[in-house]
Design a protein around this ligand. Structure first.
Ligand code: HEM
Ligand SMILES: *[C@@H]1O[C@H](CO)[C@@H](O)[C@H](O)[C@H]1NC(C)=O
Ligand SMILES: *[C@@H]1O[C@H](CO)[C@@H](O)[C@H](O)[C@H]1NC(C)=O
Length: 319
């Protein structure tokens, strides 16, 4: 028991050092003095939302990812369309797909009430909600570096350009992540986010009808039964066999050629990413540790700090 807690302390120390190395300005203790109730409040609302619908945890995790990949983790994804805001909500990867905005609104209003004023940014709320979602669904925890501020702009064009597509091959995926300062290990570990949630038929139709070599034929047939050749575009299928549990089945599934998206299965086609898929499929602890580290790295993409940006009062609108 004693050696186990020592071990965990050691792991925590490594996580904290890693986050320091990646970011000079964000800190896990940012709200510690100015609003000690901030983090417990976010956790409570996320747990409540996940209790009502397990999938919401998946949706909140994905929101943070789609925020960070477009001009950094600045809550740009939360801004509604106006005459001057080019909303990212209707970008290809988000339209009729990104969800959880009402939960973020509820967190924001409860956090502002708990703190007595709007001091917690929407970008930090996204980062903490992603972590709390993963924990609520049985995944690892990590200390989220905080102190991000919110953007005053959004860009649908940038979202269309920067959010990876499920039709990408391995070199394109590697390059897409590299453009964000993320390496092949980050790509594989973070793709493990697909241990949670669902995808719509139009995102995997081409794979289940046209891929022949890299797909288990029983799996393809099974998926075809709820995703016809034409029509049923929005019919959903789970991204792994246990979409409400954070486990390593996503990876063992790839080894069995049962990845749902072409971009998932592409990770298991040799090279360094193939080796990582094998490692993660066999060892959930290594996956969890690498996932937590890569989440911190992703959360550190181009944050607005100091006097840049603002703390929004309403996450959907610029102040
Ligand atoms: C590697 C490139 C990635 C591609 C091409 C990709 C693509 C997709 C697609 C097409 C969907 C289904 C959307 C829909 O049909 O409405 C999806 C869902 C999802 N993605 Fe990714 N994704 C990638 C990486 C990530 C990362 C890095 C994370 C988080 C760490 C993530 C988390 C999720 C989650 C949790 C869902 C399910 C959402 C829900 O059920 O509401 N994805 N992704
Ligand atoms: C987003 O989806 C709505 C509803 O299906 C559709 O009317 C609209 O054209 C889509 N917007 C974009 C930019 O694709
Ligand atoms: C399969 O590939 C062909 C040739 O690229 C394409 O025309 C067809 O639409 C694809 N089928 C599906 C179901 O995506």
């Amino acid at each position: 028991m004693a050696s186990q807690s020592l071990f965990f302390l050691h792991v925590l120390a490594i996580f904290s050092l890693t986050s320091l190395a990646f970011s000079a300005s964000l800190s896990p203790y940012y709200y510690y003095r100015i609003c000690p109730k901030a983090l417990p409040t976010i956790k409570r609302v996320v747990e409540d939302a996940v209790r009502q619908e397990r999938r919401m945890g998946a949706s909140l995790l994905r929101l943070h990812f789609h925020d960070c990949f477009v001009n950094g983790c600045d809550a740009s994804i939360l801004l509604d369309q106006t005459a001057t805001i080019d909303s990212e909500k209707t970008a290809l990867a988000n339209n009729n797909s990104a969800r959880g905005f009402e939960v973020i609104d509820r967190i924001k209003s409860e956090v502002d009430k708990a703190c007595g004023r709007p001091i917690v940014s929407c970008a930090d709320i996204l980062a903490v909600a992603a972590r709390d979602s993963v924990v609520a669904l049985g995944g690892p925890s990590w200390r989220v570096p905080l102190g991000r501020r919110d953007s005053t702009t959004a860009s649908r064009a940038q979202a269309n350009n920067d959010i990876p597509s499920p039709f990408m091959d391995l070199p394109s995926l590697i390059n897409n992540f590299k453009n964000q300062g993320l390496n092949q290990k980050d790509l594989v570990a973070l793709s493990g986010g697909h241990t949670l949630g669902f995808a719509q038929c139009f995102t995997f139709r081409d794979r289940i009808y046209n891929d022949t070599k890299n797909i288990d034929s029983n799996f393809a047939r099974q998926r075809q039964s709820s995703c016809p050749r034409s029509g049923g575009d929005s019919n959903r299928a789970p991204l792994d066999p246990t979409p409400a549990f954070f486990d390593s089945k996503y990876f063992s599934n790839l080894v069995a050629k049962k990845g749902l998206l072409r971009s998932d299965q592409a990770l298991f086609s040799g090279g360094q990413t193939g080796n990582l898929v094998n490692t993660y499929s066999a060892n959930r602890w290594i996956f969890s540790k690498d996932f937590a580290n890569s989440m911190i790295k992703m959360g550190n993409i181009k944050p607005l700090t100091g006097s840049r940006g603002q703390i929004r009062v309403n996450c959907r609108k610029v102040n």
